[in-house]
Design a protein around this ligand. Structure first.
Ligand code: PA5
Length: 420
């Protein structure tokens, strides 16, 4: 496997026999996901089936976007954009068009700034909305359509607008009426579990990433879960964090010394926050990117309230070198770094932090990825999604709904005069 888990610095916080029990429960939850009939239709992500035809359509459209477009606008919020953004921010290397993110805010400043950035550019847009009622993507789609109508004729618009939604939705209706490419948002997959559907596949392919490598990573992790039901990273992680939760550790920080993982941590916060925070239960998820955040949150991690656990995501090979050469003329006091690569320095800082936090009373878990690539993102996303399903099941909540989110929407829609 390219992604492994290390629990050594968490295991000292619980007894081996308790972990055994927790692991059995986690394994049972996993087995249920793998074998149960999905009456509620929420498990479409467990063995995602990407239809060959749809994958070919996605690849063909992505090639066209890379060839002809220089700006790709990804319209979506929550689970409808986070996975793609996590990968694009980590991996896009100028192999595709510039990516703009819209449909994720209600700020007039942001909307007008984005529209200004689109001026004079060759624009493609992908609107992603599962139920097509969410305010942010719906309102942005309207503004974008109007913006495009002033610049492109009907045929050009049809070429440049791609929509991803559920079959039978009004979004599909709009696509059909106007000739837009329609990609499916499977009904049996919730937004935050949509990483292996067209929701993520088109944007990453348009950004120049390799969807085949990505899906290969997902398949490897899925096979690992089937072949090793009690020792794969999803089960071990789910078991450990639940045991820690039972022992009063109810805040979890996902941290990394790799800023390329900034949006992975955001994706993770959304996945776990929206899945677990229910019925007055759940581990509160937060995140930090070190070493920068060591100069802020690092103090709290070391000496604040002891209800925190910390999960590190590390990459063995960061994908670049940056060596510090001697500079004798300046006598700047940093000669101890002479000849060192930043990777060596970053890893030393990571080890030191992990040890200090662990000694200071923070159980630390570590995911170790061989590199930062499409393939390892496929593995990480799959393990985290599976662990989230497992954790929610162990907490006795439904990790696949988000009733609480509907609450603010009801009062917002009523304030805005939406008729229901
Ligand atoms: O994970 C989820 O289910 C949510 O975060 C949704 O993805 C988010 O609310 C966007 O929903 P929609 O795609 O229907 O606009």
């Amino acid at each position: 496997m390219n992604v492994t888990i290390d629990l050594k610095k968490a295991e000292t916080y619980f007894k081996e026999e308790d972990f055994k029990v927790s692991r059995e429960k986690a394994g049972m939850a996993l087995s249920r996901f793998l074998t149960m009939e999905d009456h509620e239709k929420v498990l479409g992500w467990v063995s995602p089936a990407i239809l060959d035809d749809e994958l070919e359509a996605i690849k063909a459209k992505a090639e066209e976007i890379k060839r002809e477009g220089d700006l790709f606008v990804l319209v979506g919020v929550g689970g409808s954009n986070q996975a793609a953004r996590a990968m694009i921010e980590a991996l896009a290397d100028g192999k595709g068009p510039e990516i703009l993110y819209m449909g994720n805010t209600l700020s007039p400043y942001s909307v007008s700034k984005m529209l200004k950035r689109m001026e004079g550019r060759n624009v493609y847009i992908n609107v992603i909305a599962k139920n097509f009622e969410t305010l942010e993507p719906g309102s942005h789609f309207r503004i974008l359509r109007q913006w495009m109508k002033k610049r492109y004729d009907r045929e050009e618009m049809a070429k440049r607008i791609i929509v991803t939604g559920t079959k039978g939705s009004r979004l599909e209706g709009i696509a059909k009426e106007n000739g837009y490419l329609f990609l499916s948002f499977p009904t049996s997959v919730g937004g935050r579990y949509s990483a292996f559907s067209p929701v993520c596949l088109l944007p990453i392919a348009a950004a120049g990433l390799d969807p085949d490598m990505y899906l290969a990573g997902m398949k490897r992790a899925a096979e690992d879960c089937r072949a090793n039901p009690s020792s794969n990273p999803a089960v071990l992680y789910g078991a450990a964090r639940n045991l820690l939760y039972e022992r009063g550790y109810d805040i979890e920080m996902l941290v990394s010394f790799e800023p390329r993982y900034s949006y992975l941590t955001k994706w993770w916060v959304q996945l776990f926050g929206e899945s677990e925070g229910k019925e007055k239960k759940g581990i509160f998820p937060s995140s930090a990117i070190y070493s920068e955040d060591l100069h802020s949150i690092g103090q709290y991690m070391q000496e604040g309230r002891r209800s925190l656990m910390e999960t590190f995501v590390s990459a063995e090979n960061p994908g670049a070198e940056a060596v510090i050469a001697p500079d004798p003329d300046f006598r700047d006091g940093f000669d101890y770094l002479n000849g060192m690569d930043f990777d060596q320095i970053n890893k030393a800082a990571e080890e030191a932090t992990l040890n200090a936090h662990w000694r200071g009373g923070v159980p630390c878990i570590r995911f170790l990825s061989k590199n930062i690539s499409e393939e390892t993102f496929g593995e990480l996303f799959y393990y985290f999604m599976m662990a989230c399903g497992i954790s929610g099941t162990m907490m006795n909540i439904n990790p696949f709904d988000q009733e609480g989110v509907e609450e603010y929407k009801r009062s917002m829609f009523s304030a805005l005069g939406k008729k229901v």
